[in-house]
Ligand binder design. Structure first.
Ligand SMILES: [Fe+2]
Ligand SMILES: [Fe+2]
Length: 258
Protein backbone atom coordinates (compact mmCIF):
# COMPACT_ATOMS: atom_id res chain seq x y z
CA UNK A 1 0.00 0.00 0.00
CA UNK A 2 1.60 3.17 -1.21
CA UNK A 3 -0.01 5.42 1.41
CA UNK A 4 1.59 3.39 4.18
CA UNK A 5 5.14 3.97 3.02
CA UNK A 6 5.24 7.52 4.30
CA UNK A 7 4.35 6.24 7.76
CA UNK A 8 7.36 3.98 8.23
CA UNK A 9 9.19 6.62 10.24
CA UNK A 10 6.21 6.99 12.53
CA UNK A 11 5.83 3.22 12.93
CA UNK A 12 9.51 2.41 13.58
CA UNK A 13 9.53 3.46 17.28
CA UNK A 14 6.25 1.60 17.80
CA UNK A 15 7.67 -1.60 16.34
CA UNK A 16 10.65 -1.17 18.62
CA UNK A 17 8.49 -0.55 21.68
CA UNK A 18 6.28 -3.61 21.12
CA UNK A 19 8.01 -6.90 21.95
CA UNK A 20 6.32 -8.86 19.15
CA UNK A 21 4.60 -8.04 15.87
CA UNK A 22 0.96 -8.95 15.30
CA UNK A 23 0.91 -12.61 14.20
CA UNK A 24 -0.17 -13.19 10.60
CA UNK A 25 -2.83 -15.63 11.86
CA UNK A 26 -4.60 -12.71 13.53
CA UNK A 27 -4.45 -10.64 10.33
CA UNK A 28 -5.85 -13.59 8.34
CA UNK A 29 -8.77 -13.83 10.74
CA UNK A 30 -9.41 -10.08 10.92
CA UNK A 31 -9.60 -9.67 7.14
CA UNK A 32 -12.35 -12.27 6.71
CA UNK A 33 -15.53 -10.52 5.56
CA UNK A 34 -17.59 -12.43 8.14
CA UNK A 35 -15.50 -10.81 10.90
CA UNK A 36 -15.93 -7.23 9.69
CA UNK A 37 -18.87 -6.59 12.01
CA UNK A 38 -16.89 -7.75 15.06
CA UNK A 39 -13.83 -5.75 13.99
CA UNK A 40 -15.87 -2.56 13.59
CA UNK A 41 -18.00 -2.89 16.73
CA UNK A 42 -15.01 -3.84 18.87
CA UNK A 43 -13.04 -0.92 17.40
CA UNK A 44 -15.96 1.40 18.17
CA UNK A 45 -16.01 0.25 21.80
CA UNK A 46 -12.20 0.47 22.05
CA UNK A 47 -12.36 4.13 21.05
CA UNK A 48 -14.92 4.77 23.79
CA UNK A 49 -12.86 2.83 26.35
CA UNK A 50 -9.68 4.68 25.36
CA UNK A 51 -11.52 7.95 25.98
CA UNK A 52 -13.02 6.71 29.25
CA UNK A 53 -9.68 5.53 30.67
CA UNK A 54 -8.15 8.93 30.01
CA UNK A 55 -11.21 10.64 31.46
CA UNK A 56 -11.22 8.56 34.67
CA UNK A 57 -7.48 9.08 34.99
CA UNK A 58 -7.69 12.87 35.05
CA UNK A 59 -10.86 12.76 37.16
CA UNK A 60 -9.04 10.74 39.79
CA UNK A 61 -5.70 12.49 39.78
CA UNK A 62 -5.90 15.96 38.42
CA UNK A 63 -9.07 17.96 37.81
CA UNK A 64 -11.18 20.22 40.01
CA UNK A 65 -14.73 19.36 41.07
CA UNK A 66 -16.63 21.25 38.40
CA UNK A 67 -14.38 19.87 35.67
CA UNK A 68 -15.02 16.35 37.00
CA UNK A 69 -18.75 16.92 36.38
CA UNK A 70 -18.17 18.33 32.91
CA UNK A 71 -16.12 15.27 32.00
CA UNK A 72 -18.96 12.90 32.92
CA UNK A 73 -21.48 15.01 30.98
CA UNK A 74 -19.19 14.91 27.95
CA UNK A 75 -19.30 11.11 27.86
CA UNK A 76 -22.98 10.70 28.61
CA UNK A 77 -24.30 10.62 25.01
CA UNK A 78 -21.61 8.10 23.99
CA UNK A 79 -22.28 5.85 26.98
CA UNK A 80 -26.03 6.15 26.40
CA UNK A 81 -25.47 4.92 22.88
CA UNK A 82 -23.07 2.10 23.72
CA UNK A 83 -24.67 0.79 26.92
CA UNK A 84 -28.29 1.97 26.97
CA UNK A 85 -29.34 1.76 23.35
CA UNK A 86 -30.12 5.50 23.26
CA UNK A 87 -29.17 7.92 20.50
CA UNK A 88 -27.81 7.54 17.00
CA UNK A 89 -25.22 8.80 14.56
CA UNK A 90 -27.34 11.94 14.25
CA UNK A 91 -27.52 12.71 17.97
CA UNK A 92 -23.78 12.14 18.41
CA UNK A 93 -22.85 14.53 15.66
CA UNK A 94 -20.49 17.29 16.84
CA UNK A 95 -20.42 16.00 20.42
CA UNK A 96 -16.70 15.18 20.48
CA UNK A 97 -15.75 18.70 21.50
CA UNK A 98 -15.99 19.93 25.05
CA UNK A 99 -16.96 23.57 25.49
CA UNK A 100 -15.78 24.01 29.07
CA UNK A 101 -12.15 24.33 30.08
CA UNK A 102 -10.88 21.45 32.20
CA UNK A 103 -8.91 22.80 35.12
CA UNK A 104 -6.49 21.27 37.62
CA UNK A 105 -7.49 21.17 41.27
CA UNK A 106 -5.35 23.48 43.33
CA UNK A 107 -3.69 20.73 45.37
CA UNK A 108 -2.97 18.45 42.41
CA UNK A 109 0.68 17.45 42.23
CA UNK A 110 0.25 16.74 38.52
CA UNK A 111 0.59 19.45 35.98
CA UNK A 112 -1.92 20.98 33.64
CA UNK A 113 0.19 19.20 31.01
CA UNK A 114 -1.34 15.84 32.03
CA UNK A 115 -4.83 17.34 31.70
CA UNK A 116 -4.17 19.04 28.37
CA UNK A 117 -2.72 15.91 26.79
CA UNK A 118 -5.57 13.74 28.06
CA UNK A 119 -8.29 16.20 27.01
CA UNK A 120 -6.88 16.29 23.48
CA UNK A 121 -6.69 12.49 23.47
CA UNK A 122 -10.32 12.20 24.63
CA UNK A 123 -11.52 14.59 21.89
CA UNK A 124 -9.72 12.49 19.30
CA UNK A 125 -11.01 9.14 20.61
CA UNK A 126 -14.59 10.42 20.66
CA UNK A 127 -14.17 11.71 17.14
CA UNK A 128 -12.81 8.29 16.10
CA UNK A 129 -15.86 6.71 17.75
CA UNK A 130 -18.08 8.83 15.53
CA UNK A 131 -16.03 7.96 12.45
CA UNK A 132 -16.31 4.20 13.12
CA UNK A 133 -20.04 4.60 13.60
CA UNK A 134 -20.26 6.42 10.26
CA UNK A 135 -18.50 3.52 8.53
CA UNK A 136 -20.88 1.05 10.17
CA UNK A 137 -23.84 3.17 9.14
CA UNK A 138 -22.72 3.32 5.51
CA UNK A 139 -22.50 -0.47 5.47
CA UNK A 140 -25.77 -1.10 7.23
CA UNK A 141 -24.03 -2.68 10.23
CA UNK A 142 -26.20 -2.21 13.29
CA UNK A 143 -24.57 -1.63 16.63
CA UNK A 144 -24.99 -4.26 19.30
CA UNK A 145 -22.96 -4.47 22.50
CA UNK A 146 -20.22 -7.15 22.55
CA UNK A 147 -18.02 -8.20 25.47
CA UNK A 148 -14.44 -6.93 25.74
CA UNK A 149 -11.45 -9.15 24.95
CA UNK A 150 -9.03 -10.41 27.61
CA UNK A 151 -6.40 -7.87 26.52
CA UNK A 152 -6.92 -4.76 28.68
CA UNK A 153 -7.95 -6.87 31.67
CA UNK A 154 -4.77 -8.93 31.29
CA UNK A 155 -2.64 -5.80 31.33
CA UNK A 156 -4.51 -4.12 34.19
CA UNK A 157 -4.23 -7.23 36.39
CA UNK A 158 -0.49 -6.49 36.63
CA UNK A 159 -0.98 -2.94 37.86
CA UNK A 160 0.51 -1.98 41.25
CA UNK A 161 -1.95 -1.27 44.07
CA UNK A 162 0.02 1.59 45.65
CA UNK A 163 0.50 5.15 44.46
CA UNK A 164 2.16 6.69 42.65
CA UNK A 165 3.04 3.36 40.99
CA UNK A 166 -0.61 2.68 40.09
CA UNK A 167 -0.77 5.92 38.11
CA UNK A 168 2.57 5.22 36.42
CA UNK A 169 1.40 1.69 35.52
CA UNK A 170 -1.88 3.02 34.08
CA UNK A 171 0.12 5.36 31.86
CA UNK A 172 2.46 2.56 30.71
CA UNK A 173 -0.54 0.34 29.94
CA UNK A 174 -2.09 3.23 28.00
CA UNK A 175 1.11 3.48 25.96
CA UNK A 176 0.98 -0.24 25.09
CA UNK A 177 -2.69 -0.23 24.10
CA UNK A 178 -2.19 2.81 21.86
CA UNK A 179 1.00 1.40 20.32
CA UNK A 180 -0.59 -1.98 19.58
CA UNK A 181 -3.68 -0.34 18.08
CA UNK A 182 -1.49 1.77 15.83
CA UNK A 183 0.52 -1.29 14.76
CA UNK A 184 -2.65 -3.28 14.01
CA UNK A 185 -4.29 -0.50 11.97
CA UNK A 186 -1.17 -0.36 9.80
CA UNK A 187 -1.05 -4.18 9.52
CA UNK A 188 -4.69 -4.55 8.60
CA UNK A 189 -5.12 -1.53 6.31
CA UNK A 190 -3.76 -3.21 3.13
CA UNK A 191 -6.40 -5.95 3.38
CA UNK A 192 -9.45 -3.78 3.94
CA UNK A 193 -11.59 -2.00 1.35
CA UNK A 194 -10.48 1.44 0.27
CA UNK A 195 -12.64 3.45 2.70
CA UNK A 196 -11.65 1.50 5.77
CA UNK A 197 -8.00 1.34 4.68
CA UNK A 198 -7.95 5.14 4.33
CA UNK A 199 -9.58 5.54 7.71
CA UNK A 200 -7.07 3.21 9.40
CA UNK A 201 -4.15 5.08 7.85
CA UNK A 202 -5.68 8.37 9.00
CA UNK A 203 -5.64 7.06 12.59
CA UNK A 204 -1.92 6.28 12.65
CA UNK A 205 -0.69 9.75 13.45
CA UNK A 206 -2.95 10.36 16.44
CA UNK A 207 -2.56 6.85 17.88
CA UNK A 208 1.23 7.15 17.60
CA UNK A 209 1.09 10.47 19.45
CA UNK A 210 -1.16 8.96 22.13
CA UNK A 211 1.43 6.22 22.70
CA UNK A 212 4.18 8.83 22.97
CA UNK A 213 2.18 11.08 25.30
CA UNK A 214 1.42 8.22 27.69
CA UNK A 215 5.02 7.10 27.79
CA UNK A 216 6.41 10.60 28.34
CA UNK A 217 3.85 11.29 31.09
CA UNK A 218 4.78 8.00 32.81
CA UNK A 219 8.47 8.97 32.73
CA UNK A 220 7.81 12.53 33.91
CA UNK A 221 5.54 11.52 36.78
CA UNK A 222 7.88 8.71 37.88
CA UNK A 223 10.82 11.10 37.81
CA UNK A 224 13.17 8.13 37.50
CA UNK A 225 14.10 5.43 35.02
CA UNK A 226 11.10 3.19 34.38
CA UNK A 227 12.56 1.00 31.65
CA UNK A 228 12.31 -2.18 33.71
CA UNK A 229 8.66 -1.61 34.48
CA UNK A 230 7.99 -0.79 30.82
CA UNK A 231 9.76 -4.00 29.77
CA UNK A 232 7.67 -6.04 32.24
CA UNK A 233 4.42 -4.73 30.75
CA UNK A 234 5.91 -5.31 27.31
CA UNK A 235 6.34 -9.01 28.12
CA UNK A 236 2.78 -9.32 29.43
CA UNK A 237 1.47 -7.52 26.35
CA UNK A 238 3.45 -9.69 23.93
CA UNK A 239 2.19 -12.83 25.69
CA UNK A 240 -1.44 -11.70 25.30
CA UNK A 241 -0.84 -11.00 21.61
CA UNK A 242 1.17 -14.11 20.75
CA UNK A 243 -0.62 -16.81 22.74
CA UNK A 244 -3.70 -18.76 21.64
CA UNK A 245 -7.02 -17.01 22.19
CA UNK A 246 -10.44 -18.59 21.70
CA UNK A 247 -12.01 -15.13 21.38
CA UNK A 248 -11.59 -12.94 18.31
CA UNK A 249 -11.41 -9.18 18.85
CA UNK A 250 -9.29 -6.21 17.79
CA UNK A 251 -6.69 -6.92 20.50
CA UNK A 252 -7.00 -10.70 20.69
CA UNK A 253 -4.17 -13.25 20.52
CA UNK A 254 -3.58 -15.99 17.96
CA UNK A 255 -6.97 -17.32 16.88
CA UNK A 256 -7.41 -20.76 18.40
CA UNK A 257 -9.14 -23.30 16.19
CA UNK A 258 -12.68 -23.75 17.37
FE1 LIG B 1 -8.52 6.31 18.63
FE1 LIG C 1 -5.69 6.55 20.83
Amino acid sequence: MQQLEQYQELLAPIHQFLQCPTPTQWVDEARKPENLKTVLIDHLLCELKAGQSAMYLIRKYAVDKSSAHSLLDWFKPYEDFAYRGKGSLETLKGKSNISKAIMAKSDSPYSQDLIDKMVLLIKEELHHFYQVLEIMDERGIDYEPIPASRYAKGLLSNMATHEPQTLIDKLIIGAYIEARSCERFAKLAPYMDEDIAKFYVSLLRSEARHYQDYLVLAEEIAGKDISERVAMFGRVEAELISSADSDFKFHSGIPALA
